[in-house]
Ligand binder design. Structure first.
Ligand code: OAD
Length: 211
C-alpha cells in the first residue's frame, strides 16, 4: 500500500471539520461476517472507524458491529438484524432480540400476536426516510470515505457522488476495484482492518507527524 497516500488521507481527515464514512459489508469481513459480493476478508477482529470525533458513520450493514464497537450515532440505512418488527405494522415499536436462536420460532409480535420479521430492508422496500435524510446531510462534509462497499446499491452508493459534487475529498478503502475507484481522490487498495488502524495511528500521533 502507498504510505504517502495513507498519510495524505490522514492529513485531510485531520484538517477536516466534518468527516463522513460510508461502510459496507467489507468492513465486517475481517470479523467473520460474509460480504454480499466481495471475495471475503482476513477474518480477524478489528475496531473499525474509530477515526475521529467528527466522524459520522453511515452504514449499509445490518450486523450492528458499528454499534458494538461503540461508534456513536450510526446511520443504519438498511436497518438491523438484531431488531424485530411486526409484519402487520400494528403499531408495536421495533424491539431488540439478540438471542441466537430465538426462543420462539417463528417469532411473534408481542402486541398483536401476528408474525414478526427482521427489522431490515428487503428488496423492493423503501428505506427509512429519516435515515436517508440524515445520510444526505452527512454527505455535506470535508472528507468522505467509502469503506468496504462495492458501491453498487443505491441510494447508498449515491452519497459518495453527492459528497464529491459538494466538494468533499473522497477516499475509497477496498482491496478490490469498484465502480468508484477511478472517481475518488484516493483509492487505498487494502482491507479496512489494515488501512483504518494505520490512519488512526497517524491521527493519534498528531497532525505534526502527518505529511
Ligand atoms: P458487497 O458484498 O456488495 O461488497 C463488499 C465489498 O467489500 C466488496 O467490494 C469487497 O471487495 C470489499 N471487501 C471485502 N473484504 C474487505 C476488507 N477486508 N476490507 C475492505 N473491503 C473489503 O457489500 P455492500 O456494498 O455492503 O443490502 O452491499 C450493499 C448492499 O447490498 C447490502 O447492504 C445489502 C446488499 O443487497 C440490503 O440488504 C438491503
Amino acid at each position: 500500500m502507498d504510505t504517502g497516500a495513507v498519510e495524505l488521507v490522514a492529513s485531510r481527515i485531520c484538517a477536516a471539520a466534518r468527516v463522513t464514512v460510508m461502510t459496507g459489508a467489507g468492513v465486517s469481513a475481517a470479523s467473520g461476517v460474509p460480504t454480499f459480493r466481495g471475495a471475503g476478508g482476513l477474518w480477524r477482529e478489528f475496531r473499525a472507524e474509530d477515526l475521529a470525533t467528527q466522524c459520522r458513520v453511515v452504514t449499509q450493514n445490518v450486523d450492528d458491529l458499528h454499534l458494538r464497537a461503540g461508534t456513536p450515532d450510526v446511520i443504519r440505512l438498511h436497518g438491523s438484524i438484531c431488531e424485530l418488527c411486526c409484519s402487520a405494522r400494528c403499531g408495536q415499536p421495533r424491539w431488540r432480540d439478540e438471542r441466537v436462536p430465538l426462543t420462539e420460532m417463528p417469532p411473534r409480535c408481542p402486541r398483536c400476536g401476528r408474525l414478526a420479521r427482521p427489522g431490515v430492508v428487503w428488496f423492493g422496500e423503501s428505506l427509512d426516510t429519516a435515515a436517508v435524510a440524515a445520510a444526505e446531510r452527512a454527505a455535506s462534509c470535508d472528507v468522505f470515505l467509502a469503506v468496504g462497499t462495492s458501491s453498487l446499491v443505491y441510494p447508498a452508493a449515491g452519497f459518495m457522488h453527492e459528497a464529491r459534487d459538494r466538494g468533499a475529498f473522497t477516499v475509497e478503502i477496498n482491496p478490490e476495484a469498484t465502480a468508484v475507484s477511478d472517481l475518488v481522490d484516493v483509492a487505498l487498495p487494502a482491507g479496512a482492518e489494515v488501512v483504518l488502524p494505520r490512519i488512526e495511528a497517524l491521527l493519534t500521533a498528531g497532525s505534526g507527524n502527518i505529511a
